[in-house]
Design a binder for this molecule. Structure first.
Ligand SMILES: NC(=O)c1ccc[n+]([C@@H]2O[C@H](COP(=O)([O-])OP(=O)(O)OC[C@H]3O[C@@H](n4cnc5c(N)ncnc54)[C@H](OP(=O)(O)O)[C@@H]3O)[C@@H](O)[C@H]2O)c1
Length: 227
C-alpha cells in the first residue's frame, strides 16, 4: 500500500532518511525543509505561522488527501544559542525554553490543524509525532541535560493524546514516537542507533499502524514506551 505523506524537517537527519526510504518504497512523499537546497524543495519553517499556512495551501493544491503526516522536525535549546552546559531548570533562559516549545510543540500543532481537511479526506490517516524518550515523565526525570527539550517533548506527548482523543472517531490514528537515540547532528557520535535502521523500522511501524494504537507512545520498534 502506498501513501501520500508529509514529512517535516526532511532536509537532514531522520527526516531526510525517512523521506528517501518512503520515496523508494513508492510513497508520494512531500519532503518539507526549513532550508531548501534547490528550487523544487518545499519550504516550511515551523516557527512561522505564515510559512505553515503557505505550506498547507501548497499541499491543498497538490494533494487531494494526506494519509500520513510525520511531525519529525525538532530542536533542543542549543539551536537558539543556549550554552550546552547551562540547560537545566535553574540556569536556562526563559527565551530559550519558549523558543524550543515553539518549534517542538506549537509548530506541529498548527501544522496538524492546517492539514486537517486533507487528513480527514484520507478516511484513515496516521499522524506520527516524533517525540523522545526524554518526553517520558519516568525516563526524563533523571535523564537529559536540556529541560527545554524534555519539557517540549512531554508537551508534544500531551498534544498527541489530546489529538488522538479528538480525531480517533474520524479514523485518524495519532501516536507519539520515540525514534531511538540516533547518530544524527542532534543525537551525536555516542548515539546507539543507526538512523537508516531506525527509519526502516519506523516505516514498518507506519505500515501496520491501526486504530487500536491510537493515542499510544511507541518506540521505533513498535513497542509501547513508558509515559
Ligand atoms: N537524534 C536523536 O537521538 C533523537 C532522539 C529522540 C528524538 N529525536 C527527535 O527526532 C526528530 C529528528 O531528529 P534528528 O536527530 O534528525 O535531528 P537533526 O539532525 O538535528 O535535524 C533536525 C531537523 O529539524 C529541522 N528543523 C529545526 N527547526 C525547524 C523549524 N523551525 N522548522 C522546520 N524544520 C525545522 C531541521 O532543519 P534545518 O536543517 O533547517 O536546521 C532538521 O531538518 C526530532 O524531533 C528529535 O527531537 C531525536
Amino acid at each position: 500500500m502506498t501513501f501520500k505523506v508529509v514529512i517535516t524537517g526532511a532536509g537532514r537527519g531522520l527526516g531526510a532518511v525517512l523521506a528517501d526510504l518512503g520515496t523508494s518504497a513508492g510513497h508520494d512523499v512531500q519532503a518539507a525543509m526549513r532550508s531548501p537546497k534547490k528550487a523544487s524543495d518545499l519550504p516550511l519553517d515551523l516557527d512561522s505561522e505564515k510559512s505553515i499556512e503557505a505550506f498547507a495551501a501548497t499541499m491543498a493544491s497538490r494533494l487531494d488527501q494526506v494519509d500520513v503526516l510525520i511531525n519529525n522536525a525538532g530542536v533542543d535549546a542549543r539551536a537558539f544559542g543556549a550554552d550546552p552546559a547551562k540547560r537545566g531548570p535553574f540556569d536556562i533562559s526563559g527565551e530559550h525554553l519558549l523558543a524550543t516549545m515553539r518549534t517542538n510543540v506549537v509548530g506541529p500543532m498548527l501544522l496538524t490543524r492546517a492539514l486537517l481537511p486533507l487528513l480527514r479526506a484520507a478516511g484513515t490517516a496516521k499522524i506520527i509525532n516524533v517525540s523522545s524518550q526524554l518526553g517520558s515523565m519516568v525516563v526524563g526525570r533523571a535523564s537529559g541535560s536540556d529541560v527545554a527539550y524534555n519539557a517540549s517533548k512531554a508537551a508534544l506527548n500531551s498534544l498527541t493524546v489530546k489529538t488522538a482523543h479528538l480525531l480517533g472517531d474520524d479514523g485518524i490514528t495519532t501516536i507519539a514516537l520515540h525514534p531511538g537515540w540516533l547518530k544524527t547532528d542532534m543525537g551525536g557520535e555516542r548515539a546507539t542507533t543507526d538512523v537508516e535502521e531506525a527509519a526502516a523500522k519506523i516505516w514498518q511501524l507506519i505500515d501496520r499502524l491501526g486504530p487500536e494504537q491510537n493515542g499510544s507512545f511507541l518506540t521505533f520498534e513498535g513497542e509501547p514506551h513508558i509515559w
